[in-house]
Design a protein around this ligand. Sequence first.
Ligand code: IMP
Ligand code: MG
Length: 195
Amino acid sequence: MGHDQLEGDAGPELVPGRVLVSAEQLAERVAQLGAEITVDYAGRSPLLVGVLKGAFMFMSDLSRVIDLPVEFDFMAVSSYGHSTRSSGVVRIVKDLDLDLAGRDAILVEDIVDSGLTLNYLRRNLLARNPASLEVCALLVREDHSVDEAILRYEGFRIPGEFVVGYGLDVDQRYRNLPDIRVVESTSGAEVAEAS
Ligand code: IMP
Ligand code: MG
């Protein structure tokens, strides 16, 4: 069944619309980021810290273009938000398995929207005394409110529309799309990110 057949009789739904970043653009940019990280961390084994669930696909592809002995760990956070709104109140639902002390950690995020989640996670991870901590975010909102210096590796700057695909969801759907698409309402309009 195709995504466009999911519409029910319960009124307008949020569905993937036009492509904002194609699968080819994603692959090309991810390869560049992997090459950069490979050079920057030469001789070290960085620990990739993925933020579930949104970062799973990006981290999977990214890790395969990093030519170093990387290790993996994952955190899951819940932002108490729903649908297309992020509340900024973050709760750790699943913590890391590994000890960060002395490690070169790279926090891998799907999207920095307001930046509230990222700011919270950075503070939390820094308190565990890693040797270093950098951020690698696939998408960064043009109007984010984090310190630019924190965004060491970023894939694409995007405008304020809510997006899905390549790991990102709306109400848990569409994470498996191979590209990044703007969400539309079946009633017509594109959906602004509502923060
Ligand atoms: P922030 O705390 O406002 O930066 O929100 C970050 C989190 O909100 C991301 O990790 C995503 O889970 C979610 N988010 C923000 N914008 C989008 C979007 O356009 N599509 C899907 N998820 C989003
Ligand atoms: Mg997320």
